[in-house]
Design a binder for this molecule. Structure first.
Ligand SMILES: Cc1ncc(COP(=O)(O)O)c(C=O)c1O
Length: 360
């Protein structure tokens, strides 16, 4: 019997047990080949098939057509902060970056190394507690793209839908909500996401790029490994084989469950359970504006920091793990990605109720 905790880690995060069990059963001998997939060439027929299948599944799940390419890269979403502007910006070009949190700010910092950056909205002065309405976005005249962070993992905010852009294509850091709900793929030129929250283990960064968007690539030289065209052409260097293998099984699981509409309903249900609890009285205080609340990372405070410490310690004793807020903001953060079960959220809500009655 597996002893699985209720794991609310922000990432690397909990994965579907069925996927972990499958990987475990195949770890030493993949498809009767007498070797682990970790021990095989990335040019082997076995890995080639995994890469093909994962690509096909991702396109199916997101509704991407043949204009889209799927890349499995290394370097984390943080590398994409640099790679996107390296490919698309120069001193004559401008991109618009919506600033809704620490990760957006990091993306902005990198983009400024390569070209002009216009920030159509920032909630920094509001401590990143809100997402803009479309009326609050003042874009530059003709941006190469509009970059946004769909879900702000640290602050617990999420765009309720793709921001309006006056026709410019979106580039999205979807690291912490990719495949958690349907997206309007036609609005995007590029989507990137570290796998370690909704998609699999750390080590692979999913990049979906539209070929017609890639045609807008800048003409100045780009180092080979950082050029998207290198990776679109072929698998250029050794990919993170085992991480892609795991992602492929998570994608299979997503499809079996019913795809993005299933997860939209499921994730909304889980988030509602938690937010309803926060809204009952003032013992727990949500940290962001209600309209901007994330369905992936639910952030809240208790009446004081001592109670927060006690809450975390007692929660851990009750098998409710990794609830500490990001070190830069403190408080509590429950990350409830696709693989977090409703039972885990119910267990947390029950614990919150008990903790409130014993401490208020
Ligand atoms: C929204 C977002 N963007 C980027 C990152 C950085 O990702 P990585 O550690 O894969 O570089 C994170 C990590 O938590 C994140 O949540």
């Amino acid at each position: 019997m597996t002893n699985r905790a209720h794991n609310f880690s922000a990432g690397p995060a909990t994965l579907p047990l069925s996927v972990l069990e499958k990987a475990k059963s195949e770890l030493t001998d993949y498809k009767k080949k007498g070797a682990s997939i970790i021990e095989m060439s990335h040019r082997s027929p076995e890995y080639t098939e995994i890469n093909r299948q994962a690509t096909e599944r991702l396109k199916k799940i997101t509704g991407a057509d043949d204009d889209w390419e799927v890349l499995f890269l290394q370097g984390g979403a943080s590398s994409q902060f640099m790679m996107v502007p390296h490919n698309f910006l120069n001193s004559n070009r401008t991109a618009d970056y919506i600033d809704t949190g620490a990760w957006s700010a990091k993306a902005i910092k990198e983009a400024k190394l390569f070209g002009n950056v216009h920030v159509p909205f920032s909630s920094k002065d509001k401590n990143y507690t809100r997402i803009p309405n479309s009326g609050e976005l003042s874009y530059s005249d003709n941006p190469e793209y509009v970059h946004f962070t769909s879900n702000n993992t640290i602050f617990g905010t999420q765009f309720p839908a793709e921001p309006e852009t006056n026709g410019a294509l979106l580039v999205c850091d979807a690291s912490s909500d990719f495949l958690s709900r349907p997206i309007n793929i036609d609005r995007y030129g590029l989507i990137y996401a570290g796998a370690q929250k909704n998609l699999g283990p750390a080590g692979v960064t999913i990049v979906m790029i539209r070929k017609s968007f890639l045609e807008k690539q800048r003409s100045e030289a780009i180092p080979t490994i950082l050029n998207y065209k290198t990776h679109v052409e072929k698998i250029f260097n050794t990919p993170p084989v085992y991480a892609v293998y795991m992602v492929n099984y998570v994608l299979e699981w997503i499809l079996e469950k019913g795809g993005l509409s299933y997860f939209d309903t499921f994730n909304t249900k889980k988030a509602d359970l938690l937010y309803n609890e926060l809204d009952k009285d003032s013992f727990y205080r949500g940290t962001v504006e209600k309209e901007s609340r994330s369905k992936m990372n639910v952030t809240y405070r208790l009446p004081n920091e001592d109670l927060e410490k006690q809450f975390l310690a007692e929660a851990a004793k009750n098998n409710l793990l990794n609830l500490k807020g990001h070190r830069s903001v403190g408080g509590i953060r429950a990350s409830i990605y696709n693989a977090c079960s409703i039972e885990s959220v119910e267990a947390l809500v029950n614990f919150m109720q008990e903790f409130r009655s014993s401490n208020s």
